[in-house]
Design a protein around this ligand. Structure first.
Ligand SMILES: C[S@@+](CC[C@H](N)C(=O)[O-])C[C@H]1O[C@@H](n2cnc3c(N)ncnc32)[C@H](O)[C@@H]1O
Length: 286
């Protein structure tokens, strides 16, 4: 589990991750064995996650940048635009925010390999990965790419997957698509706001084709969510059931989705539970 021993500075870089997630990123980075692999910051936005990772790295200079920061670095999505307006900066649809990201690195740019572009164009990593921070798996397709390209490179016994969005039932493919490989991981931190953190146990097994896919049948979907329930020993059951209901809805299994949603409690164990429940009530509820 995460050690909260040393004091952790909190950067003021604007971003979409919380203080607790930033602190956990720094703490986990500090515990990674030095030189064991590259750290992939998938979905860097203005650099809040990147800077949290940099805070956990040793200060010595290095031959090659330990961190790979991947983002389109262009304002293509509505939520990205809204966050930019809050900063506030006058960046419009399709424009680049890369200069702001670079400025926020505050002189530590030599530690970061910046890959600007779509994940599926710039996201290939051919070396061992000591930590994958995943904050850009906004569709089953992008997540499938991550499962194929990154997870097999995670370093055995010390490599970490830091999963932002894990607990949001609005991105339920994360649970559904990870389920067949969850047995390869231990839980390091089961809930840090919307994140969960896993550590690779042994050498990563090859991922079967079905694993990195989005299940098509309601039975297979439910089996996968039962695997997630077992991994978390039935903790956070209300959120897992909300994610299952949304997944069933997304594959067109309407009756199963409605039945699953009716079994969901309107109260849950997360500060955003009521908000997510209300959103899904609008989508699935009757
Ligand atoms: C939720 S934000 C990341 C927040 C950031 N980690 C932080 O600490 O504030 C998601 C980011 O992923 C990027 N993104 C989403 N889909 C992407 C894709 N397919 N390829 C590259 N970047 C993507 C967006 O541009 C956005 O900056």
């Amino acid at each position: 589990m995460i050690q909260a021993g040393r004091s952790i500075p909190i950067s003021d870089v604007p971003g979409l991750i919380t203080t607790a997630e930033r602190q956990a990123l720094t703490a986990i980075t500090r515990e990674l064995p030095t030189g064991s692999g590259r750290i992939v910051d998938g979905g860097s936005f203005l650099g809040a996650s990147t800077v949290a990772i940099l805070e956990g790295l040793p200060s010595e200079s290095c031959e090659r940048p330990p961190v790979i920061a991947i983002d389109r670095f262009t304002a293509d999505d509505q939520y990205v635009l809204e966050e930019l307006w809050k900063v506030p900066v006058d960046i419009r649809l399709g424009e680049s925010f890369l200069p702001i990201f670079l400025k926020n690195l505050s002189g530590r740019a030599e530690k970061v390999e910046v890959r600007a572009g779509d994940l599926m164009r710039v996201g290939r990593v051919d070396e061992p990965i000591s930590m994958a921070f995943i904050d850009l798996a906004k569709s089953p397709q992008t997540y499938s790419y991550i499962l194929w390209q990154w997870v097999p490179k995670i370093v055995a016994r010390s490599g970490v997957v830091f999963h932002q969005d894990w607990w949001t039932p609005m991105q339920p493919w994360l649970m559904a698509m990870t389920a067949p490989i969850l047995h390869q991981f231990d839980v390091v931190a089961d809930m840090i706001d919307e994140s969960a953190v896993f550590r690779m146990k042994n050498v990563s097994e090859p991922i079967a084709a079905f694993a990195a896919s989005w299940p098509r049948s309601p039975e297979e979907m439910t089996n996968r969510f039962n695997t997630v329930r077992r991994m978390f020993a039935s903790r956070h059951e209300p959120l897992i059931t909300l994610a299952e209901a949304h997944s069933l809805h997304l594959i067109g299994a309407r009756t199963a989705a409605e039945g699953c949603f009716r079994a969901c409690s309107p109260e849950g164990d997360h500060p955003k539970y009521k908000y997510w429940y209300a959103l899904l009530d609008g989508i699935i509820g009757r």
